[in-house]
Design a protein around this ligand. Structure first.
Ligand code: NAD
Ligand code: ZN
Length: 355
């Protein structure tokens, strides 16, 4: 079976295009009672961007905190806040921030029209009703959350996304000016998430010309950003994230993402840095990619945390292994159908103990 891949229908790209947000949203405001929710990363409180948000009288500016990556409980709480604000549904939800804020905006827009807790919808195609119109304004690039059909959430039982065609944004606003003030280390971690998406997609057994076309271009852009320090690096990184997302949407990620999910499940490690920590020990799976990653890391002067696992309790390490090995498609993409004979629990353990 081939995937019938849902795309973002409208995309605007360019330095300063954020200024057109009001005009873009206007099309959704059908009458004078129409209102909009801006799901905004609280890192922008008091910053210049806050004053540029095109807030109308009825609108809600909903600050979100992403010190912890999005949890189902937090999504449910935010959804209740939106429902309590007015008796009608908003006409649009605008997510402003990195992967976490974009995922929160996706999740809230879905939960406004689907009954019950977001934990009920963690999985594939469990969402019943279309979401409220939702738009993304990325302020940090690399995850590809702006194009993907998932909103990654950690619930009481699992870390699993709300995967559905309804999850895909209706509009994406790509303004490279918005990512220029991201702290250097954060830009590296999230940028490397994109680089690793490319390597895992291009080196995977699921590769096809669709994924290759996007993955090769995204990889080329990552190199211009992280090796050549190109003057248009923000524009390039923003497009790399988009293309990297397109590449994995039609293939899959691999060993690094699988192991990093185990790491973040037990330690709460954030996605970007978790991928960086993990990738550094995967020479045997991605020799060229890991070598180039190290060159980029040195060039950007980034130190990664070490020795995170060896002092953990044995049952914590076992949980990490179980979470990582539960991601069958990722391993199959990386190692082929025979992966279970290669990536045994012992093998996974030996990799974790190095981290
Ligand atoms: P993030 O959104 O978690 O943000 C990281 C930090 O950067 C935060 O402190 C945030 O406040 C700050 N930040 C964001 N924009 C900034 C700016 N312009 N200036 C200064 N600081 C800024 O980071 P991320 O790496 O973009 O996203 C990671 C999240 O994305 C994880 O929750 C992960 O699960 C999710 N993810 C989702 C998908 C998907 O397809 N939906 C794919 C990969 C990752
Ligand atoms: Zn990723």
């Amino acid at each position: 079976m081939f995937k019938n891949f849902k795309l973002v229908p409208n995309i605007i790209f360019g330095r300063g295009c954020f200024a057109q947000l009001d005009e873009i949203i206007e099309k959704q405001r059908e009458d004078i009672d129409s209102w909009v929710v801006f799901v905004t990363d609280d890192v922008f409180k008091g910053r210049a961007l806050e004053k540029r948000i095109p807030l109308h009288d009825n609108d809600l500016l909903l600050w979100v905190n992403v010190d912890d990556e999005p949890k189902t409980g937090y999504v449910d709480e935010l959804t209740l806040k939106v429902k309590a604000y007015r008796s009608t549904l908003p006409c649009a939800i605008i997510g402003i921030g990195g992967g976490s804020s974009m995922d929160l905006a996706k999740a809230v827009s879905l939960m406004l029209t689907n009954e019950g807790s977001s934990t009920l919808y963690q999985g594939w195609d469990l969402i019943q009703n279309p979401a409220v119109c939702h738009m993304a304004v990325p302020t940090l690039s690399g995850t590809g959350a702006e194009v993907s059909r998932t909103a990654v959430l950690t619930g009481p039982e699992k870390k699993l996304g709300l995967n559905s065609d309804y999850t895909v944004f209706d509009q994406v606003i790509l303004d490279p000016e918005l990512i220029k003030d991201v702290p250097k280390d954060q830009q590296f971690y999230t940028g490397m998430d994109c680089y690793i998406h490319c390597i895992e997609s291009l080196e995977g057994t699921y590769l096809n010309e669709f994924s290759k076309a996007y993955g090769e271009k995204a990889l080329d852009l990552c190199r211009q950003v992280f090796l050549n320090d190109h003057p248009d690096r923000d524009d390039k990184l923003m497009m790399a994230s988009f293309f990297g997302g397109m590449s994995i949407a039609y293939s899959q990620v691999g060993a690094c993402h699988a192991l990093s999910y185990g790491l973040s499940y037990v330690l709460g490690t954030h996605h970007g840095i978790g991928c960086c920590i993990t990738f550094d020990y995967l020479d045997e799976f991605y020799p060229e990619g890991v070598k180039e990653f190290r060159t980029m890391r040195e060039k950007c002067n980034i130190e990664l945390p070490r020795d995170l696992v060896k002092n953990l309790e044995p049952d914590q390490v076992e949980t990490m292994i179980t979470v990582a090995l539960g991601l069958d498609p990722l391993w199959e993409n990386c190692l082929g159908p025979d992966w279970k004979n290669i990536m045994t629990r012992d093998k996974a353990k030996s990799l974790f103990l190095k981290m």
